[in-house]
Design a protein around this ligand. Structure first.
Ligand code: IPE
Ligand code: IPE
Ligand code: MG
Length: 252
């Protein structure tokens, strides 16, 4: 399937809502934690495949602000898995030239998790390959609140004018360096964005699969990119071929 992709038309930035770990486990009569454990393999696969394809940025939704509503034990499992992942995968991330970053209010995470995150950020900061953003304690609305507060602070210091425009907001987003996602993938068949990258997905192409996240494989990623390449991105304008047709018509 990879051979069928058009190399010049790859998405530059892919974002993924990794959903369905709990249902994957329930289907197997396993505890939810088993679903989260099984969700590590596709994370590894997707990162590796995106590196190989030369994708510039990958943003993975790992924990939302709203996920604090879950039982303490489940949240604890997620931190244990994240710490283990960071420790085990750091050499591979470094070898692949990945630059690891997080988006979200990460300071609210347990100190030990923050320490491992900081270590991974520092260890990969000089890498020039794919930018990997992991969204932790993230919500699109809280990101916009942080942006507005940042602009207000700048304004108080008279570093910025009182009026803002779209560029001023985009520049302050957690993902400012990576640009907006071209392709947004959601697993587990849910047709909602669950507070993910609300500003950034204004014109992202959305691809939903019924597959639960632990079952997501490289072939699914390739299928989503193939589907993306067949989309006609118009950004409110006309399809690519339309202007030339209009010119021909006008010149007759
Ligand atoms: C996604 O899977 C992982 C996180 C939100 C942390 P879920 O845990 O939401 O799985 P479902 O949606 O209950 O199946
Ligand atoms: C979205 O999944 C958040 C992450 C994947 C981290 P949720 O399971 O939290 O979303 P809802 O509750 O189904 O909308
Ligand atoms: Mg879910």
């Amino acid at each position: 399937m990879a051979q069928m992709l058009v190399p010049g038309r790859l998405p530059r930035h892919i974002a993924v809502i990794m959903d369905g770990n709990g249902r994957w486990a329930r289907k197997r009569l396993l505890p939810r934690a088993a679903g989260h454990r099984a969700g590590v393999r596709p994370v590894r696969e997707v990162i590796e495949a995106c590196c190989r394809l030369g994708i510039e940025a990958l943003t993975l939704y790992a924990f939302s602000v709203e996920n604090w509503k879950r039982p303490r034990a489940e949240i604890q499992t997620l931190w244990v898995l994240l710490r283990r992942y960071l420790r085990q995968e750091l050499p591979e991330l470094k070898a692949n030239g990945v630059r690891f970053q997080t988006i979200g209010r990460v300071d609210a995470l347990p100190q030990a998790v923050c320490d491992d995150i900081d270590n991974a950020i520092v260890e990969t900061s000089a890498n020039t390959g794919m930018r990997l953003n992991v969204a932790l304690n993230y919500s699109g609305r809280s990101e916009i609140v942080d942006v507005v507060n940042g602009l207000l602070r700048q304004s108080h210091r008279r570093e910025a004018p009182m009026q803002v425009d779209e560029a001023a907001i985009s520049d302050q987003l957690y993902t400012a360096d990576a640009g907006d996602p071209d392709l947004l993938i959601r697993t587990s068949g849910e047709y909602r964005v669950s507070n993910f990258l609300l500003w950034q997905i204004a014109y992202s192409e959305i691809w939903v699969t019924d597959r639960y996240w632990p079952d997501f494989r490289t072939t699914d990623l390739l299928e989503s990119i193939l589907a993306y390449q067949k989309r006609s991105r118009r950004f409110g304008g006309l399809p690519d071929e339309a202007p030339s047709r209009q010119l021909v018509a006008a010149s007759k």
